[in-house]
Design a protein. Structure first.
Length: 111
DNA sequence: AAGGTGACCGGCC
DNA sequence: TGGCCGGCCACCT
């Protein structure tokens, strides 16, 4: 069996915790999450964690974008425009892999 | 154990 | 907004 549940208390788990708290219709940046867990300099790790989030169903990685509001991680999703579809489905306008009014939909992890 | 990797960020132009 | 460069740090092989 694969058993890739990753029960370890790794850094990834911390990231999932925050991402899971993201409300619908809201988006956040990797840096914001990194800061929330207390690892501003580990923003890259946040993206790394999202890579493994594919096994996690409760992790809406599609609500996480880079600082520019670009769907940088959309390439890692099942489809090509799956991420965009999900965001639009929640009321977020996405044009050319870019979130419209990114700041408006920006959600900061509440400690 | 050491090196390579990466869904990033910030600064500069 | 966009492109380039350096730093940073946990995970993987």
């Amino acid at each position: 069996m694969k058993a890739k549940a990753k029960n370890n208390d790794s850094f990834f788990e911390s990231v999932y915790e925050i991402v899971r708290l993201i409300p619908e219709g809201k988006v956040t940046s990797y840096g914001a999450i990194a800061k929330a867990i207390g690892a501003v300099r580990s923003a890259r790790m946040v993206g790394y964690a999202m890579n493994a989030s594919h096994n996690m169903e409760d992790v809406p990685a599609h609500r996480v974008v880079n600082r520019k509001g670009l769907l940088t991680g959309k390439h890692h999703f099942d489809g090509t425009n799956l991420m965009q579809q999900l965001l639009e489905s929640e009321g977020i306008k996405v044009i050319d892999n870019k979130i419209v009014d990114f700041e408006k939909h920006f959600w900061e992890p509440d400690f």
